[in-house]
Design a protein around this ligand. Sequence first.
Ligand code: ADP
Ligand code: ZN
Length: 705
Amino acid sequence: MIVPVQRRQVVGVVASVGVAAPGVAARSILAAPDPDPAISAPLLELGLWISRYYGTPLGIALRALLPGALWSVRRPSGPAVQAERVVTLTAALPSLLERERAFKRAPKRRVAYEALEAIGGSAPVRHLVERLGLSRPAVDGLVKQGLARYAEVPQPRDPFAGLSSPPPPELTTDQRRTVDGILTTPPATPVLIQGVTGSGKTLVYLEVLRAVVASGRGAILLVPEIALTPQTVARVRGVFGDQVAVLHSGLSHGERADAWRALRQGERRVAVGPRSAVFAPVRHLGAIVIDEEHESSYKQGTAPRYHARAVALERARLEGARLILGSATPSLETLQLAAAGGAARFDLPDRIGARALPPVEVIDLRSAPRVSEARAVPWSEALDKAVRGALGRKEQVILLLNRRGFATYLQCPACGSVRDCPRCAIALTVHQTPPTLRCHYCGHEESIPTVCHNCGKATHRMRGLGTQQLEHFVGLRFPEARIARMDLDTTSTKWAHHRVLERMAAGAIDILLGTQMIAKGLDFPNVTVVGVVDADTGLHLPDFRAAERTFQLVAQVAGRAGRGPKGGQVYVQTRAPDHPALRAAALHSVAAFAAAELPLRTPPNPAYPPHVGLARFVASHRNAERARQVAERVATWLGRMNRERLGDALSVLGPAPCPIERIKGRWRWHVLVKASEPHAIGRVVRALGRRARGVVVDRDPVSLL
Ligand code: ADP
Ligand code: ZN
């Protein structure tokens, strides 16, 4: 409803009905445009839970529940159609030589050309200029030169419109057994489907959803990032047709509001979307499926900082729906839940069609013969030969380069050991001014040793290399190959990624290289070689989940190989070939990874989730000293609260500078608290969420950077 606040009119939600406190002059509601409550009773209950659990003010928690348009006093009537100027490449310059010639005196134009090519050959001009920082005259220049053209495109186009797929195949025995098992599990018990890459989890979800819909109820399917999962969306459309509402970031406000209404009124029964779709107003909710449940994109990075898995668990409980979590590499949280009897686990241990999981060769960068022209790019002869072989046979290659390293760590080139914090067991970061090694959890500092503590050889400072460097090298090395790069995480380019994936599926790309986004759920049978160029940048990030992320990433990207009859082979280059995360990934073994990692997060080692709960408080300020002081005060307050009211249930770490010390000109410091008692964390999270200005409160953080 619409209510007056000071001199403005705003949209409000009735959370409860009561009597105004004495002395407060109540004002009247101005209008109530909805015939039915916009938020159903269980969803309102869910909003209250989010507010309590994450320490978020109720108003902000409820914002997540409704599409933006419904929070506007003036609601949009229909889908807003706007035209936008889009530039599209019209000429290909595949060889380096042609490129040198075309851009001889126009280096900026070349940058524009290559950026455009890397994001799929077409993009809104506004995006190129505002988000990617390209020069407008350079883009104009490309058009004048006849290499690109402009078009006015009505915006936005729905990249999923018309997407469909043939009717699904018959279930295999394993799939059938899993579906039956799930449908006979009591609905209140969450289910984990742990199925290796290529085991056909999607078909299991669809079959369960079909049973749910047949019983007259609705369902939600969450996918990590919808632009990167066109195949899954197509399969869902193939089964449910126009009963499906696809909720994605390309929808206009009006379209989103329409999809929301169609679900609310029961015209559509199945919602598919990224984390926010967990709030889809599906009627008679019967099931929530979370595909790739280990993905960190399920955690929202702004308030309310909810995790879709936690919210789904609560929503399923409130509405009596089933919760189904699926992954080839489940999070340790979910594995622990299943091990403790809190979830039923079903395994799909084999790939469809009895295809083998691809063998993984771990290449030791300390000793393996390297291609010398590669210089700073770690490029072994074994990987080189494999890529050349695949290209020769007209097969496709995926090269993964872990996200850009930003933190420099200290590693011994001889034995590969990395200097960790003695208290926190995370990699120490090298600082230049003054030269020190510093722990970004607890603030521990030590001088930079010149020799390795383990073997006595001289140490090296290591930093990740970037995808651009890699692309440049691969382009020179394989000049005839058609190469695409995917690594820019910006909204508008997501649709460009979608097009890159379409070209990959059509065989128009030989080598796809990029960051973690190319590791997700892709099913390209002609990919026979997968290379992890440097597994170590991610392994030594100052984050206690560094090993878990690396395991998941390497196992997932390995799972992209050998999905067709030609089989496949995976190469993982590292200086830490004996690291349990890499050994387990090479075996595609979740059990091996969990067996190695869980004890490391359990006392007497420093305790981390899932053994304890965690919350993080981040203070940021333009002035470095102010940021530190605020963090200092938070830590002091937490310490006192802990002693006086919480019986020492918490352990407080920090303050310490965040591993990413500065974002957009603001210096960042953080304080962490851990406790095996969720109640204690809840108390401080709520108190600081209410009171501490300029402090971000993040319960169950997935990133500590
Ligand atoms: P996952 O998500 O477990 O990695 P997918 O669901 O992508 O696996 O399935 C892998 C491949 O196997 C897909 O190409 C899919 O179409 C195919 N597939 C799945 N189930 C069957 C089945 N019962 N019969 C034949 N092919 C199947
Ligand atoms: Zn430490």
